[in-house]
Design a protein around this ligand. Structure first.
Ligand SMILES: NC(=O)c1ccc[n+]([C@@H]2O[C@H](COP(=O)([O-])OP(=O)(O)OC[C@H]3O[C@@H](n4cnc5c(N)ncnc54)[C@H](OP(=O)(O)O)[C@@H]3O)[C@@H](O)[C@H]2O)c1
Length: 287
């Protein structure tokens, strides 16, 4: 079987010397009982990068599928993220140990602060970040990063911490380019991971994507995902439909011409295109 180093999926260099496969498989909203089978289909299709989170409740299924695949642990890139209820240092340490236990692995490739939660914890995501630095120093997280951080949050980390996040995982799709956050990352060596890369399906009926897809003999999802790949974003579309899981992996036998890239860029609706919560006010903590 192929591995992270020899797979056909391109890798992206991170600022800490590690690499990440540019295309992965996301498991948000996959019920725990269905997760192992969906991840098994993805691994069988060739994916070598799985994106989960403590709050998804399905890390165990991810670990189960990786073990059942027969692949070496080193050949599958696994990301998880800190539960919003566990930002204080001792809680974060406990939660991170629980992630490793649920996944049944000694390390994760990437661990993220899932949300900055600037209205909770006295606005202190800096101490939380310094706690993640411990996990990277002791080797249990190969890389560390953040998710849903706005420019002001990244600037604060830059001012108060030594370690620059390897990635910032944010909402980004043709209707929401998240331009300022993406540009800040590009300027400061922080890779952008695009969550909801097809806006949970909402961009797929767009006539611009439909026209390009029809002309190239591809699906609108493949065109949207290829647009991300050519921008340099890291993506991990989610699906529980085996045919779509395979379809979303077939992105490397065609290219978008600059004209088509520009047409998709022009679909950006700015803040109005945001589909998920605004990180400046999001304050959800699981009950
Ligand atoms: N950090 C964060 O705060 C955050 C937030 C959201 C998501 N994420 C991550 O990003 C990943 C992807 O985002 P997402 O799951 O929200 O949305 P997404 O990948 O943009 O879209 C998933 C939806 O699109 C459908 N779909 C997938 N491929 C398709 C295709 N080829 N044709 C038609 N429909 C298709 C899926 O349906 P079926 O499953 O029914 O096939 C599902 O309803 C997540 O799984 C998670 O890992 C992170």
């Amino acid at each position: 079987m192929s591995n992270v180093r020899t797979s056909t999926i391109p890798t992206v260099d991170l600022n800490d010397g590690h690499v990440i496969p540019q295309l992965g498989f996301g498991v948000f909203q996959i019920p725990p009982r269905d997760t192992a089978s969906a991840v098994s289909v993805a691994l069988e299709a060739g994916y070598r990068h799985i994106d989960t989170a403590e709050m998804y409740g399905n890390e165990q299924g991810v670990g189960e599928a990786v073990r059942a695949s027969g692949l070496d642990r080193a050949d599958v890139y696994i990301t998880s993220k800190l539960n919003n209820g566990f930002h204080r240092p001792d809680d974060a340490r406990t939660a991170f140990a629980q992630t490793l236990s649920e996944l049944g692995t000694e390390y994760v490739d990437l661990f993220l602060i899932h949300w900055p939660l600037p209205t909770l914890y006295d606005g202190d995501f800096v101490t939380t970040w310094k706690t993640l630095e411990e996990f990277s120093q002791d080797g249990r997280a190969r890389s560390i990063g953040v998710s849903n951080f706005q420019v002001a949050h990244l600037e604060r980390l830059a001012a108060e911490c030594d370690v620059v996040p390897a990635v910032n995982q944010v909402e980004l799709h043709p209707y929401f380019g998240n331009g300022e956050v993406d540009a800040y990352g590009r300027a400061h060596g922080i890779r952008t991971e695009a969550w909801a890369p097809i806006a949970q399906g909402k961009v797929l009926g767009d006539p611009v994507l439909g026209e390009i897809a029809g002309r190239l003999g591809k699906s609108p999802a493949q065109v949207a995902l290829r647009w991300h790949i050519q921008r340099g974003n890291i993506v991990f579309p989610k699906s529980t439909t085996p045919a779509r899981i395979k379809e979303n992996f077939e992105l490397f036998d065609f290219q978008l011409e600059p004209d088509d890239v520009e047409k998709i860029d022009a679909l950006d609706r700015g803040e109005a295109g945001r589909d998920g919560p605004n990180p400046d006010s999001f304050a959800y903590v699981p009950g």
